[in-house]
Design a protein around this ligand. Structure first.
Ligand SMILES: *Cc1c(COP(=O)(O)O)cnc(C)c1O
Length: 415
């Protein structure tokens, strides 16, 4: 592995410069996402080093910001898209090869994607149901087609991100050969695809191996394929004491489990490329003691901050852990609950976590916010979505403006 291009295996929240982040918060305000494009490039290089003979596709839904799309494209990855919007954004960002993995695709999505295909886009469609194949045929599509298979095994750190075994995703494993054979008359059948969910880690490699082995068996059974896509889900350590994933170990396990197939291996990680390239900056606006707590004399506090579940949804949706660091001061520690401004009990970034006693005005950084951060932001509670700054070398620029309150009501008719 070339250490220079691929960088360290993980960038921890402590590795970010507090002074630099504080400058950014002063310049652009909070809440603010900060994305380091150099780190995105390092992550891409590490993956390409581990999978030199595979087709590596970026699952763009982890972060579809234009600057990130371009950085990943420049690194030489293709794009894996989950919607028409993602296909359009990937093509606009200059990706040559775009894979569209349609999950129960709305008609409008198919229409938009196939318009782009007719206009010459180099597209592969991955269908997860016979119905979807029929709808593609009805629309005159006869291009590259892959079939998403439900491998019956799933990996994932939370039940909501385990997709491999759920009937929503893919066609039943046993029906795949017949479906593929039937599709060959009308399409250029190029591949089989599976995605188990998110959270492949060192100790969950067994589930990944099982999925890949099943895909290898299927590839040998059906034959005549250009690729076997075994999905994404490469984990990142959200906890400070978790070891980073070793992509070489994942690559070795993958090749070994796949066995001999006359088709290219494809992987499509999302999170791995962007998670540790992003932090969320948020400022403390309210500090209050928690009644009745504190046996050792330290009173736990709730720190209200200006980011919430509408800014970074993962803690509320997945019970996800994110590291939190006080960038303003080192102070004696106590149990702190960091809470957002949204009127929902789930609107918490952590509960009773030991950290420096916060004060109003402190700047906090939330780590590993580069994946599924801005993407899942919403305007619930009429809260405008945050701004995003990107860093590249010594340069920093605004990548997305902060939404305004007027922007939130922009689409209202007859106002
Ligand atoms: C979300 C998704 C991915 C990427 O998952 P990560 O956990 O971000 O790596 C890959 N493939 C498909 C089909 C997905 O839906």
């Amino acid at each position: 592995m070339s250490e220079t291009a691929a960088g360290p295996a993980i960038r921890r929240l402590d590795d970010w410069s507090a002074a630099d982040l504080a400058d950014l918060a002063d310049e652009y305000g909070t809440p603010l996402y900060v994305t380091d494009l150099d780190r995105v490039r390092e992550n891409a290089a590490r993956l390409l080093d581990a999978f030199p003979d595979a087709d590596v596709r970026y699952a763009v839904k982890a972060h579809t910001g234009r600057a990130v799309l371009e950085a990943v494209r420049d690194a030489g990855l293709g794009a894996e898209c989950a919607s028409a919007g993602e296909v359009v954004r990937a093509l606009d960002a200059g990706y040559d090869a775009v894979q569209y993995t349609a999950v129960n695709p709305p008609a409008a999505d198919l229409d938009v994607v196939l318009d782009r295909w007719r206009a010459g886009a180099d597209l592969t469609v991955v269908a997860g149901a016979r119905d979807t194949i029929d709808r593609l045929r009805d629309r005159g599509y006869d291009g590259r087609l892959a079939v998403r298979v439900n491998p019956g095994v799933g990996a994932g750190h939370h039940e909501k991100v385990t997709t491999g075994g759920h009937a929503k995703f893919g066609v039943p494993y046993d029906r795949a050969p017949e479906l593929l054979a039937g599709a060959r008359a009308d399409f250029d059948v190029v591949g089989i695809h599976a995605h188990a969910g998110s959270g492949i880690s060192g100790d969950q490699l067994d589930a990944h191996r099982e999925l890949v082995a099943r895909m290898g068996d299927l590839a040998r059974e059906v034959g005549d394929l250009a690729f076997v896509d075994v999905g994404g889900g490469f984990g990142v350590p959200y906890h400070e004491d978790e070891p980073p994933l070793d992509p070489d170990a994942v690559a070795d396990a993958t090749r070994e489990a796949l066995g001999d197939v006359d088709a290219e291996l494809a992987v499509e990680p999302g999170r791995y490329l962007v998670a540790d390239a992003g932090v969320l900056l948020t400022r403390v606006n309210t500090v209050k003691p928690v009644d009745g707590g504190g046996t050792d004399g330290t009173v736990p506090v709730v720190a209200g901050v200006d980011a919430g579940m509408t800014t970074l949804l993962r803690p509320a949706m997945y019970d996800a852990y994110h590291a939190i660091r006080n960038l303003t001061a080192e102070r004696p520690e106590r149990p702190v609950t960091v809470a957002g401004p949204v009127c929902e009990t789930a609107d918490l970034f952590c509960e009773g976590r030991t950290m420096p006693t916060p004060r109003r005005g402190d700047l906090l950084a939330i780590g590993n916010a580069g994946a599924y951060g801005y993407e899942m932001a919403s305007t619930y509670n009429s809260r405008p979505r945050p701004a995003e700054a990107v860093r590249e070398g010594d340069e920093v620029r605004l990548a997305r403006e902060r939404e305004t309150i007027a922007g939130v009501t922009d689409l209202e008719v007859g106002r």
